[in-house]
Write a protein that binds this ligand. Structure first.
Ligand SMILES: C[S@@+](CC[C@H](N)C(=O)[O-])C[C@H]1O[C@@H](n2cnc3c(N)ncnc32)[C@H](O)[C@@H]1O
Length: 283
């Protein structure tokens, strides 16, 4: 008897095919496709089927689940399913809370201890606007930044987004939110694009990281994971928050997107709310 997937060419995905692909995506990276997202999943699958010249959902599913030969295509498949929407200085009240309250406090405590290291993680950094925004804020606030060992670890599941982030070149319309003085100070304008200067780039380390499986970092002062957890179900969100808890230094800070929450792990964190900006601090 034919496997249900074997019957189909690249016309509409059956519910069974949707269920299989949806489960695979969930298992691989935590992204949870609700039934109303079927058309999106189908269109993106067809996009990869065309790129690999595979004619049926069944063959494509076999290809990306082949443990020996399917790994690279599986990554490309997950890549096209990610939503990489982002911007510079996204959620300004939250960044003001970081720049004017949280960061000064972290820095003054560290100075008192003669500890000149600062470790920040931008988890789900997409095309780099978030980590470069953090780098601008650090440069503005820390006049002695050259005397510090600063690392902004910026990670994502999407290789395409990471490549763009690493390049750090943005068309003018993507620069909204960056003050004119910062634009001049931290970017070089060429051929209708703004290129992040070395001053920013040297602070950021981009790397592939799957929040579902890869271990996090340790002793982090701050984690930004904004507008990423919304794509996960509550169980995966909880698991990721637990990982963040293990990655943070005592009294470290966590920034989530405005539609995201701690999923009940509230006893481990203190909620901070100031002028519409929100964050969580480890107890
Ligand atoms: C909407 S963007 C958010 C970008 C940025 N944090 C912001 O708030 O502007 C969500 C990012 O999460 C990434 N992502 C989704 N699932 C992931 C996973 N399992 N591991 C790592 N990154 C993931 C996507 O590739 C995408 O770039």
């Amino acid at each position: 008897m034919l496997h249900p997937l074997q019957l189909s060419v690249a016309n509409d995905m059956t519910d069974e095919e949707f269920r299989l692909f949806k489960q695979l995506v969930y298992d691989e990276c935590g992204i949870n496709f609700k039934p109303e997202k079927k058309a999106f999943l189908q269109n993106r699958t067809i996009q990869r089927m065309k790129a690999t010249d595979v004619k049926s959902y069944y063959r494509y599913y076999k290809l990306i689940t082949d443990a020996n030969t399917g790994k690279a295509e599986l990554l490309s498949f997950l890549d096209v399913l990610t939503i990489n929407e982002t911007s510079f200085f996204r959620n300004k009240p939250q960044l003001d809370l970081f720049q004017y309250s949280i960061l000064p406090e972290i820095i003054s405590k560290k100075r008192m201890k003669n500890d000149f290291t600062l470790k920040i993680w931008s988890a789900g950094c997409s095309t780099g606007q978030e980590p470069y925004t953090i780098a601008i804020i650090l440069n503005e606030l820390m006049t002695d930044i050259k005397g510090w060992k600063v690392s902004i670890l910026a990670s994502d599941l999407s290789m395409t987004a990471l490549e763009a982030a690493q390049q750090g070149a943005y068309p003018r319309e993507k620069m909204e939110g960056v003050e004119a003085s910062h634009l001049k100070k931290y970017f070089t304008e060429k051929d209708e694009h703004f290129y992040a200067k070395d001053e920013l780039k040297r602070l950021v380390i981009f790397d592939f990281h799957n929040l579902m499986y890869d271990n996090g970092f340790s002793n982090l002062d701050v984690i930004f994971c904004r507008n990423v957890l919304i794509y996960f179900d509550s169980q995966t969100q909880k698991q990721v928050i637990e990982t963040f808890h293990q990655c943070l230094a005592p009294k470290g800070y966590l920034f989530l997107g405005h539609a995201e929450s701690l999923q009940g792990i509230n006893e481990s964190f203190i909620f901070i709310h100031k002028n519409k900006g929100t964050a969580y601090q480890m107890r």
